[in-house]
Design a protein around this ligand. Structure first.
Ligand code: ADE
Length: 250
């Protein structure tokens, strides 16, 4: 996957990328990530990337021209992008489904917005989509771009060492993850569920399913409507819901 991130704060993006698993994947050649300084695509002496809003009002607006030029340069160097993502609190919510879709693309560009605004022509004629990482406002799109890049890239085969851990985790089937423990079996008098020490693989698998369903029901019941459950998970869900109802009645 070729990933280009366009920002006015390149170090803010480069440093976390280099320090993470993505940096190691890039070093192995599995990912090809480039962080681009938007100021390199200006044509004036002061490398100006923003300007006052037409119509007045506070704040500055990111200019369209440098962003268009950055994407032109990326297209010329790397080929036509499959997606040009603009990060913004007005975007569609970014969730696992989006990460999966993007992870199947070959070339992605992420344009980091600024909270004051981005010239609307970028939204309309350059970005192919606009994504938000949550209902809160960040000072800039850099953290959002890192969140998106991380969640997408780790689904690319070879980026995370153990592909199975990607398949079995939270959200893949719409359930939260089950609890995890590691050695020692007792720590400050705190134990580990005995089934995990039993060596009974089938029972361990059943316990994990049960805990995943239980947690989802307790913490994020709205996820269950869209979750893909197997027979065992459906049975556990029915049982937990019946217990809950009985608890509510008595
Ligand atoms: N830029 C500022 N806030 C943002 C958010 N919540 N998601 C994506 N980009 C942003």
């Amino acid at each position: 996957m070729k990933l280009d991130i366009v920002t006015i704060f390149p170090r803010m993006v480069e440093v976390p990328l280099a320090e993470s698993l993505l940096g190691r994947a890039a070093a192995r050649g599995v990912l090809d990530v480039r962080v681009r300084d938007l100021r390199d695509y200006t044509d004036d002496r002061h490398r100006v990337v923003d300007d006052v809003p037409y119509g007045g009002g506070p704040g500055m607006v990111l200019k369209a021209e440098p962003l268009f030029r950055a994407v032109d340069a990326i297209r010329a160097e790397r080929g036509a992008p499959d997606a040009v993502v603009l990060t913004s609190p007005q975007g569609r919510p970014f969730a696992h489904r989006e990460a999966e879709r993007l992870s199947r693309l070959e070339r992605i560009v992420i344009l980091c917005g600024r909270y004051e605004g981005v010239d609307e022509r970028v939204r309309e004629h350059l970005a192919t989509e606009e994504l938000s990482i949550g209902d809160y406002v960040l000072t800039g799109g850099e953290l959002a771009a890192l969140v998106i890049a991380d969640a997408v890239a780790r689904l690319v085969p070879g980026v995370v060492g153990d592909d199975q851990s990607v398949v079995s985790e939270s959200f893949v089937r719409g359930l939260l993850d089950f609890p995890h423990y590691t050695r020692p079996a007792e720590f400050r008098s705190l134990g580990v569920p005995p089934v995990l020490l039993s060596g009974h693989h089938a029972e361990i698998a059943r316990w994990r399913k049960r805990e995943a369903v239980r947690r989802t029901l307790e913490r994020r019941p709205e996820l269950l409507a869209a979750a893909v459950l197997d027979d065992e998970e459906r049975r556990v869900l029915r049982e937990l819901m019946e217990t809950k109802e009985k608890g509510a009645i008595s």
